[in-house]
Ligand binder design. Sequence first.
Ligand code: PLP
Length: 459
Amino acid sequence: MDLRYWLGRAAEVVERWGERFEPFEPHPSHHVDDADFAAAFERFAKRLEHNYPFFHPRYAGQMVKPPHPAAVVGYLAAMRFNPNNHAYEGGPATSDMERECVAALAAMFALPAHVGHLTSSGTIANLEALYVARQSHPGRAVAYSEQAHYTHRRMCHVLGVRGVAVAADGLGRMDADALEAVLRGGDVGTVVVTAGTTGLGAVDPVHEILPLARRYGARVHVDAAYGGFFALPAADPAQAAALDLDPRPWQAIGGCDSVTVDPHKHGLQPYGCGAVLFADPAIGRHFAHDSPYTYFTDAELHLGEISLECSRAGASAAALWLTLQLLPLTPDGFGAVLAGGRRAALAWADLIRDSPDLTLYQQPELDIVTYLPSGTGPLSLAGTDAAGERVLRAGMSAEDDPVYLSLLRVDAADFTRRHPTALADADGARILRSVLIKPEAEHYLPRLHARVTELARTA
Ligand SMILES: *Cc1c(COP(=O)(O)O)cnc(C)c1O
């Protein structure tokens, strides 16, 4: 699709619609001179050059990539109306789109029933899930893996709930036995499982933890902010096998109590698009509040009546809705996007395993590859940390052949568990980490590998 053409069409949508209303006098306070605008825009465009090429497969660092052009056009077209999905009267069209998107996300996880909404972020989605957890099981603790996103600990603090970190296994997944020991203590009301950790892309065994948590009367919240869309390839037996994905954790999500997923990560959306889904529509009661200003137009619950946030961009729902018209949440639709990055991660892990210059930290479970420069001397934590930092800096500052990676800090115990011969001469080390969130990484991989190898050898 030709983005420039469709951006022009997006601008027309609101203009054509606006012609239904009689012309009125624009206020002079808004007026800007064309020449002033042009000059300001030049300064602005220059400022934006101070950026990293998230769009390019040379950028193989954090979980970021630009939105799909359909999302850009959908966002801008709707944003010209500026709907607010807090209340139905804030934007009927985009509120309806949001409900449809939420239903599609719930179907992706095979939730039998649901209530939910989009959020500004995964953090807010998790906050809402933990808020409902606290209201449902007052006075009881929340258990999460020590590898869970840092916001769980923080949000427990915000909510005044005790948080308990559970040990992870040798691949960074929540250890079911360690969890059971915590559950036996009796005061855990909710277990947070992570389907795709932010650091390593490790998938907690949801299918083992769900029955375990139930035996102890605990709720289960799935933080699938990053990994959630992998439910699509995992749902197709042929794709799951070809991509070496264990379908069982993904299949178990439908039996859990709540799920967070971030369309602004794998969902090809701009920032400002998370989602929280609850399996029991009755949890809406925990959000009961009265607003003297809103909720005049719809008999159904308004989105703002089931969320902690007030104003939210209707444009986010519009962007996701338009994207899902073209790339549906099916193994062949969105699943194919995820498959590309996953194949790239598997192929890179194989190349690194065979490389004398790089060492694989652990086998990737999704599309995050973690590795370290092999170096020439004996493997040590301090040496790994320094070499990783050198490779990162050298890659980013090489003007004619840059490559952008990221670092992940791991504890000494986690490191030596995977690499028992390493000298533990520091309490941890930063290893190299590449989130292959763009399916283009698959075709670019030979170049990426060659460049990172060269850096590991010379930096
Ligand atoms: C990214 C992420 C979050 C936080 O989401 P934001 O949208 O960045 O606020 C929470 N949990 C996991 C597993 C994540 O990957």
